[in-house]
Design a protein around this ligand. Structure first.
Ligand code: GTP
Length: 84
């Protein structure tokens, strides 16, 4: 799906949830887990944001980053053929 032409350049936000759990995967480990996909992901804004749905920590930062990306992409609206 990430290689779909319709999603070319669309930002990816990975919300790494449950960071309040002591045994959770660290952000570097999560990034390493995705490193095999780098060529498929291509050139686009990406953020792996640590968060906890339980405490709310990091959720706002992730959403604010996504809002900034959407605003920045306002000059690249969806093409008609991508709208289904
Ligand atoms: N400690 C902690 N628990 C969480 C967090 N987010 C969700 N949970 C708990 O994880 C359990 C599973 O949550 P669900 O929302 O059902 O998620 P799921 O996708 O079905 O299952 P998971 O694969 O565990 O995420 C619930 O008991 C949640 O309360 C978090 O950030 N921290």
């Amino acid at each position: 799906m990430v290689m779909s032409e319709a999603l070319d350049g669309v930002p990816i936000l990975v919300l790494a949830n449950k960071q309040d759990v002591e045994t959770c995967l660290s952000i570097p480990d999560i990034k390493t887990a995705f490193s095999d996909c780098t060529s498929k992901i291509g050139r686009r804004d990406c953020l792996t944001q640590a968060c906890s749905a339980l405490t709310g920590k990091g959720v706002r930062e992730g959403i604010e980053w996504m809002v900034k990306c959407v605003v920045r992409n306002v000059h690249r609206p969806p093409r008609q053929r991508d709208i289904t």
